[in-house]
Design a protein around this ligand. Structure first.
Ligand code: HEM
Length: 326
């Protein structure tokens, strides 16, 4: 919201976030997915009237279209009004509007709406997977904190300039992206021409699904793939030895927001480890409450289902840093 629209979200039930979440929910809803598949296979169904039995997916699509329209429109108008009144924070939409005398507003609305949709749940999924992994692996938390304390100290938070000097934190980031990729089956693609791949004929127009999940679980490349093991990304000297991050896809359609995703997730990981300890939550009798690391939604973007864990400031210095930073 801030990058695209210069809009600072201050509370959980924010009006624009709410709208965007409703629109995204509609896109990921089963009725929509099934309807899209049915209409792709049987295109004549696009023309059946909405009142017909079995056309529920069409009614759902029509209702959702309105929410999607508002998600594109409302925050865009917020930026336009700010520009007209001569105030507002710098953001991508205002930059794009100012970039030409006759800006194509429809394209700008789409760019901003798609960026929000593509950025929000993917980053959230990775951050929640990281949180679960830390609650389950206190030794990993400790190793990161030793590294951060040595390089950054406890008087400030890690910044991007520290990144090169924090290889273990980097390995944790890479392992989070491998262990629980946010879009396990990537986005479906269609081949534009007949093709042959390793002896398989792929006809023009066929849908191709890249199974990122399987690739990140290849035991020849990642032994014991289900284990959360940042060390697999480090060589004997403790330097990063594997530069591949499969979670952003690959080829010409690789995620164009990967630099922003990378910066967001890394900063969250480095900064939260600098100031917080993570542990399993405890029940009323003091027993640790387990986290089911396989309990994810099965939508296009896979999010961990709600889980409990304990996140506490590490020290007095950490409390000071938390309260003095935005
Ligand atoms: C942790 C964060 C993110 C992850 C894991 C992620 C992952 C992905 C993946 C797997 C794809 C499909 C790539 C393919 O088809 O091969 C994708 C596409 C895309 N991503 Fe991301 N993404 C993230 C953040 C972002 C951000 C921050 C933005 C924008 C600000 C963004 C914008 C997009 C767009 C527009 C596409 C569609 C590209 C196309 O179809 O040509 N993503 N992302």
């Amino acid at each position: 919201m801030s990058t695209m629209y210069g809009y600072e979200v201050r509370q959980a039930d924010d009006v624009y976030v709410d709208l965007a979440e409703k629109a995204l929910g509609a896109l990921e809803n089963d009725a929509m997915t099934q309807g899209t598949i049915v209409m792709t296979i049987l295109p004549f169904l696009c023309h059946i009237p909405t009142w017909m039995p079995g056309a529920g997916f069409k009614r759902f699509a029509l209702e959702s279209a309105e929410t999607l329209q508002r998600m594109r429109e409302d925050p865009f108008q917020f930026v336009k009004k700010n520009l007209e009144n001569g105030f507002g924070n710098p953001c991508m939409v205002s930059d794009l509007l100012k970039s030409s005398d006759d800006p194509d507003e429809e394209v700008i609305k789409n760019v901003a709406g798609v960026a929000y949709a593509a950025a929000a749940d993917t980053a959230t999924s990775s951050l929640l997977s990281f949180t679960a992994a830390m609650a389950l692996h206190p030794a990993v938390v400790k190793k990161c904190q030793v590294e951060i304390d040595l390089i950054v100290g406890n008087q400030r938070l890690p910044i991007f300039e520290d990144r090169q000097s924090l290889p273990y934190v980097e390995a944790v980031y890479r392992e989070v992206m491998r262990w629980r990729p946010a879009i396990p089956l990537s986005l479906p693609h269609a081949v534009i021409d007949d093709d042959v791949y390793e002896g398989y004929f792929i006809p023009k127009g066929a849908t191709v699904v890249a199974n990122i999940w399987a690739m990140t679980r290849d035991p020849t490349r990642y032994p014991d793939p289900e284990l959360f093991k940042p060390e697999r990304f480090l060589d004997a000297e403790g330097n990063i030895c594997d530069d591949t991050i499969l979670a952003y896809g690959f080829g010409r359609r690789i995620c164009p927001g990967r630099y922003m995703g990378d910066a967001t997730v890394w900063a969250f990981i480095a900064r939260s480890l600098a100031v917080f300890d993570f542990a399993l939550a405890k029940d009323a009798s003091g027993n640790p409450i387990p986290i089911d690391v396989d309990d994810y939604t099965d939508n296009l973007i896979s999010l961990p289902k709600p889980f409990k864990c304990s996140i506490t400031p590490r020290s007095e210095a950490a409390i000071h840093l938390i309260s003095s930073s935005e």
